[in-house]
Design a binder for this molecule. Structure first.
Ligand SMILES: [Zn+2]
Length: 337
């Protein structure tokens, strides 16, 4: 805290419940007043290159409040790092070819989610239970049911068991709550969908590729962009994509790593990762990180004027303020000026 703005102890006590950070995207020139006069606590957000201590332009704030608008153009259209594009990969079944796949992904800093059948770990052609924690480090381990049934063809009790047992077994290995899933064979029905929330499943991927870069309407029916057979074509389109009105865009590729052995086309996966990897304009995410981030975006709480925003989540959230990327640190209130 700047010494000039240090409030008295009594003022501090009255005001520390609010945690306000002033955003540097806007400069305030009309007049500045000591921040404790505003009755708010003012401190650095922990990232000095992005967020600095700036006295608040109260006049501007009140004027905008009176007008009922912030005077700014706010858009919820950015991923972490202030980028508008994200890439995630999703591979099913936990087969031994995942070892080669993960090695290539890691080399290019590409991340993804691995949907595993815990009932088949240690079986022929599958990875072992013991290697799960290290092999998938930096990626996400996710449910694919215990033994890969058609979920819509078994009793509800079987659906419960298949999902919960898989989840429990994978959590033992991964050492974190496993909250995602992909449907075995990509199939499900309304009964299966209805059970998932009670089983702690927050998203589930289908195999209905749509060829788009849009985010899902329903996390429990998360349709991917494409199977990896189409990854080169759609990957190029994704990188070339320019938007007049930018929105968050996601390239979601799914498949099975054994298909690269079967089709003898590992070099295609190498080329894809070379093309997509290590870029500054992409966010490389696991499936659940995308879910968590989008929830954090939706949890942002704006003031009536939209000049203030509170981020109640623990994740930093990025938004556009008059076309400029701005970070809203987790747990902070930010004045957008
Ligand atoms: Zn499968």
């Amino acid at each position: 805290m700047h010494a000039r703005h240090k409030p008295s102890r009594s003022l501090w006590k009255r005001t520390e419940i609010m945690n306000l950070t002033i955003h540097p995207c806007k400069r305030f020139h009309l007049f500045h007043i000591p921040i404790h006069f505003l009755g708010v606590r003012h401190e650095n957000a922990g990232n000095p290159d992005r967020i600095e201590n700036k006295p608040m332009n109260v006049w501007k704030y009140l004027k905008n409040l009176a007008k009922g608008r912030s005077g700014m153009n706010l858009r919820l259209n950015l991923f972490p790092g202030g980028v508008s594009k994200a890439l995630t990969l999703s591979y099913d079944d936990g087969v031994h070819q995942d070892r080669r796949l993960v090695e290539i992904m890691n080399r290019h800093r590409i991340r993804g989610t691995f949907h595993l059948n815990s009932g088949f770990l240690d079986h022929e052609n599958h990875i072992t239970a013991a290697e799960v924690p290290e092999l998938y480090q930096g990626h996400e381990v996710s449910v694919h049911t215990r033994t890969h049934p058609f979920l819509e063809r078994i009793p509800r009790e079987g659906v419960l068991t298949q999902i919960l047992q898989d989840r429990s077994a994978l959590e033992e290995l991964a050492s974190y709550p496993v909250r995602g899933m992909s449907y075995p064979y990509g199939t499900y029905n309304a009964d299966v969908l209805a059970l998932l929330p009670a089983l702690g499943i927050e998203y589930s991927r289908t195999v209905k590729s749509h060829g788009q870069f849009t985010l899902p309407d329903n996390w429990l029916e998360w349709h991917p962009t494409c199977h990896h057979n189409d990854m080169m074509t759609l990957g190029k389109s994704f990188l070339e994509l320019t938007q007049v009105h930018p929105a968050m865009q996601l390239l979601y590729v799914w498949g099975h790593s054994y298909e690269f052995d079967r089709n003898n086309n590992w070099e295609e996966f190498e080329s894809f990762c070379e093309m997509m990897g290590g870029r500054e304009d992409l966010w490389y995410a696991t499936n659940i990180e995308i879910v968590d981030y989008l929830h954090a975006v939706r949890q942002l709480r704006f003031s009536a004027s939209q000049a203030l925003v509170y981020n109640p989540s623990s994740l930093d959230v990025w938004i556009s303020v008059s076309g400029e990327p701005c970070r809203i640190p987790g747990g902070r209130t930010v004045s957008l000026g």
